[in-house]
Design a protein around this ligand. Structure first.
Ligand SMILES: Cc1cc2nc3c(=O)[nH]c(=O)nc-3n(C[C@H](O)[C@H](O)[C@H](O)COP(=O)(O)OP(=O)(O)OC[C@H]3O[C@@H](n4cnc5c(N)ncnc54)[C@H](O)[C@@H]3O)c2cc1C
Length: 271
């Protein structure tokens, strides 16, 4: 594939904005994943420049109808002193359509936690708040190959990336999900190779995901690796990519999207 595109990633800043949204539709994509479509006048100027973006989602406290939101001051969000903090978690803007004013977020139904509990009961008309995205990490599409690695929590981002890649791209995907019922159709114009793995609850170090990546033969040429999921698994995958494969760190974006036994955990893995 020849291209004149620069292969340098770009960081784009966005003005931070807090928005109130309403649920328009709820669609069960699998027993483990629900797509919730939001609307609201506040979405008029919403922008998401990268599949790697995240928004802070604010949920109503138990027994309340509207989410508690911070105030936006000159130095960023501030919280009312003495009042309970809003319940907030990070999520990927899966699809934004400016024409219909619809924003989709896909929630993993993993069982425990305010975000997954809210998503499991979501109904049209209910309210939610979002903040951001504050910035975007834009990875060019012009690489010869794209390796996308993740678990269920990264599935929305990976599915979005696949839909955004051009026909001349070569995408390799390794996804570890709960079981066969969590596999959903992935659509891409790119040449696509997808490997689904089923999680072994005893594998808390991410050995299976790392082994699957180890077995891959990568195409020749310039490539980029994007990986996200549980902290220990992505740390293990990144260690393999850098230490055993010798992939340049500047060609890897690795992040933990959650951490076993911890709430609301997010870390970009770079050293
Ligand atoms: C940048 C970014 C983008 C993200 N995008 C998405 C997205 O699009 N869709 C999505 O579903 N998630 C996404 N996540 C992950 C999501 O933010 C976390 O899973 C979050 O912890 C869920 O909040 P909760 O209230 O359900 O659980 P929490 O209250 O945070 O955690 C409760 C318990 O559940 C465990 N847990 C948390 N997440 C998972 C999980 N996925 N599987 C199994 N156990 C879990 C925790 O270890 C903890 O023991 C993203 C995270 C980041 C950082």
């Amino acid at each position: 594939m020849t291209t004149n595109n620069s292969l340098a990633v770009q960081r784009v800043r966005h003005t931070l904005k807090l928005r109130h949204l309403q649920v328009r539709r709820v669609q069960q994509l699998s027993p483990h994943l629900v797509r919730i479509t939001f609307t609201g006048d506040d979405l008029a100027d919403f922008v998401s420049a990268s599949f790697d973006d995240h928004i802070k989602v604010f949920f109503p406290a138990p027994g309340e109808v509207a989410p508690r939101m911070p105030e936006l001051g000159p130095n960023g969000p501030t919280f009312v002193e003495g009042a309970a903090r809003p319940i907030a978690r990070d999520y990927t803007p899966r699809r934004f359509d400016p024409a219909s004013g619809e924003l989709d977020i896909e929630f993993v139904l993993h069982g425990e936690g305010p975000a997954t509990t809210w998503a499991a009961q979501a109904k049209p008309g209910q309210q939610l708040g979002i903040g951001g995205p504050r910035g975007s990490f834009v990875i060019p599409t012009g690489f010869h190959w794209h390796l996308l690695i993740g678990d269920d929590s990264a599935l929305p981002a990976i599915a979005r990336r696949l839909e955004e890649l051009p026909a001349e791209a070569n995408a390799l995907v390794v996804l570890e999900v709960a079981d066969e019922t969590a596999q959903i159709p992935l659509h891409s114009a790119a040449h696509l190779t997808v490997q689904w793995l089923h999680r072994d609850p005893a594998d808390t170090a991410g050995l299976n995901l790392t082994e699957a990546v180890r077995q891959l033969s990568l195409p020749v040429g310039e490539g980029y690796v994007w990986a996200a999921g549980e902290l220990a698994a992505i740390q293990s995958v990144r260690k393999h990519l850098v230490g055993e494969r010798g992939i340049d760190k500047s060609r890897i974006r690795a992040a933990s999207y959650w951490k076993r036994g911890a709430i609301a955990s997010h870390e970009n893995l770079d050293d």
